[in-house]
Design a protein. Structure first.
Length: 224
């Protein structure tokens, strides 16, 4: 566990806030540097981050509310292991929320943002052709974020981010390479045409397809 704790980026100063501490731990979990099932000790985290135990305790409570960690009575806090049902549930919620966010965002996306979305879809197509996992992950993330960040609802954006952050990076890498770039292209086309209803529907379908592929991928990993 000590090696996992060492993977967390240290804060620059001694007055780290709860949000800064939560962000450091969250990033280490989501990036896959801290694996599910790892125990997180408050004292070790505080020493690594250079803060007191109070913001660490508060940060862990926040991450528990997000579903990233789980507190076990009399034992401590452990990085959560997702069940297949939880993976499917999170994707279904993302499908509903991001579909709605896309519908809201469509009238507000700028020509520059739409151009960037087209570029991302083209880059994802190249990744699909070369099967380049590492390059596809941040591109796909940016594609989604550009859209839902323009929905105009801070609460909706926060909910979507929390659902996304429940999935470690290595879980998001599936073998489904051929469909997503074409799905993304159709979403951008609907946005550019100003068809908010269709754009939202296509985004929901995109995430539902992702759910099936990710559940299959995760099921294979659990049975390996």
């Amino acid at each position: 566990m000590e090696a996992a704790i060492e993977s967390i980026d240290r804060l620059a100063g001694p007055r780290g806030t709860t949000e800064q501490v939560a962000e450091r731990i969250r990033e280490a979990i989501v990036s896959g540097r801290i694996a599910p099932g790892t125990w997180l000790r408050e004292t070790q985290l505080a020493t690594r981050l250079g803060v007191s135990r109070i913001p660490v305790r508060e940060a862990l409570a926040r991450l528990e509310a997000e579903g990233l960690v789980k507190r076990v009575p009399y034992r401590g806090t452990i990085v959560a292991r997702l069940t297949l049902d939880q993976v499917n549930e999170s994707f279904m919620l993302r499908s509903l929320l991001e579909g709605f966010a896309t519908k809201l965002a469509t009238p507000h996306l700028t020509p520059e943002e739409i151009t960037r979305l087209r570029s991302l879809a083209a880059q994802l197509k190249k990744c699909a052709r070369t099967r380049h996992h590492e390059a596809a992950d941040p591109l796909h993330r940016e594609f989604h974020a550009i859209i839902y960040n323009r929905c105009g609802s801070e609460k909706l954006i926060r909910w979507i981010n929390e659902l996304y952050n429940q999935f470690p990076k290595n879980l998001r890498r599936t073998a489904r390479f051929s469909e997503p770039p074409e799905e993304c292209r159709r979403i951008v086309e609907a946005i550019q045409n100003g068809d908010a209803e269709l754009a939202g529907k296509l985004m929901s379908q995109h995430l539902e397809n992702g759910a099936r592929a990710t559940v299959k991928h995760y099921s294979e990993r659990l049975s390996a």
